[in-house]
Design a protein around this ligand. Structure first.
Ligand code: TXA
Ligand code: MG
Length: 355
């Protein structure tokens, strides 16, 4: 076997056509026998298992330390494959799939009985998406499986956007990681429920609310809009109620804009420094010059939300790795992909400061 092992987890690199074929075949065999393989997608790495094998799916929950009431997303390679999982495929689903698949959109539909309860955490619905990463699509195709895959991190940690992040969290706990390079989108898929009319947004992600409304030519209910105190109104999607994406260092999110936001951040930073704590900053390029000689990770330009999304989880992991004892994060505008970034930061934060 040409591949390196990290604590017994095989790191399947696919850097040549021959290696790719071998890696896919190896990963495929593991999944078919009920083992776990972390797979690259365009959003984040997923911890994959055969979605119709309850034993394999059970191990996903064990390995991640995931609460049993938080259902998984099932990954498919075609609209026909959706018919093998969903009891009903409304016209809106077909329209959205044609528009956004393969891509970062997950649709919640009524499930067929053959989808095990453990996969959907006992719900009568199933969440389905077609990922855009070529290796994920090839693996689904070669294996003939529907692949259940939550983000491949330990429950509560920032999602992995590189194979090395998966190994940081899960080496020794899973059979293999298929290395597909860095994930280009960097935040998870948008989750949209089509169980009722109108559709309800359950998680903002790689496809924006604006794009969904334009494609459907109708309004969508935003089930994730934060109330004043930053809480979610009512957990429509089980995953919405847990603290997520948490760095080891406590993270303080400073929302707002312009000079007031900057002043808040500077004041907070000074306060932590007086306490002798090593401050890490998660800020945009425009803000970097105001924090010279400090531990800084940039999200790119304020005017480029997709770049911020692509950097987010990696920057959070780096701040921990570089020894930050407390993190101050600059809030972005709640528009376009900024909505997904802010949703993740609000969940990661121990405190949200409004300016
Ligand atoms: O981009 C993604 O979606 C990544 C990649 C690997 O595909 N996966 C991912 O999975 O983010 P996970 O498990 O970290 O998040 C799945 C989300 C959770 O918030 C969960 O509660 C929700 O989808 N979900 C799954 N099935 C559901 C259902 N039947 N009804 C409502 N929400 C559901
Ligand atoms: Mg996750």
């Amino acid at each position: 076997m040409p591949w390196e092992r990290v604590k017994n987890t095989v790191l399947l690199t696919a850097t040549s056509p021959q290696l790719e074929r071998d890696a896919l075949q190896y990963a495929c065999r593991l999944l078919q026998e009920g083992s776990l393989v972390a797979i690259p997608t365009e959003t984040v790495y997923g911890l994959g298992a055969d979605a119709l094998n309850p034993k394999a799916v059970e191990r996903i929950f064990q390995v991640k330390g995931r609460p049993a009431d938080n259902p998984l997303i099932v990954h498919v390679g075609s609209l026909e494959q959706v018919e093998t999982l969903a009891a009903e495929i409304p016209g809106r689903a077909v329209r959205l799939a044609r528009h956004f698949w393969p891509g970062p959109l997950t649709l919640v539909l009524p499930k067929l009985d053959r989808v095990p309860d453990i996969t959907t955490a006992g719900l009568s619905s199933v969440a389905i998406r077609m990922p855009a990463h070529p290796l994920a699509l090839k693996l689904i195709d070669v294996s003939g499986l529907s692949i259940a895959a939550p983000s491949a991190n330990l429950s509560g940690r920032p999602s992995p956007t590189r194979a090395e992040h998966v190994l940081e969290d899960l080496a020794g706990r899973i059979e293999a990681v298929l290395d597909g390079g860095p994930c280009p989108v960097g935040v998870e898929s948008t989750v949209l429920s089509l169980l009722a009319e109108p559709p309800v947004l359950l998680r903002p992600g790689g496809v924006t609310l604006e794009q969904l409304e334009a494609a459907l030519e109708e309004r969508i209910i935003d089930g994730t809009a934060p109330l004043d105190h930053g809480e979610i109104s009512k957990p429509l999607s089980p995953g919405m109620k847990y603290r997520h994406y948490a760095t080891e260092a406590p993270l303080y999110l400073v929302e707002g804009q312009g000079e007031r936001q900057l002043k808040q951040m500077l004041g907070l930073c000074e306060g932590f420094q007086v306490q002798g704590r090593k401050v890490g900053l998660l800020v945009t390029d425009e803000t970097v010059p105001f924090f010279p000689r400090l531990l800084v990770e940039s999200l790119g330009s304020r005017n480029n939300p997709p770049a911020a999304a692509a950097q987010l989880f990696q920057a959070l992991r780096r701040l921990d790795a570089r020894g930050a004892e407390v993190i101050i994060a600059e809030g972005l505008e709640d528009r376009d992909l900024g909505r997904a970034v802010m949703n993740r930061l609000r969940k990661a934060a121990v405190e949200i400061i409004k300016s």
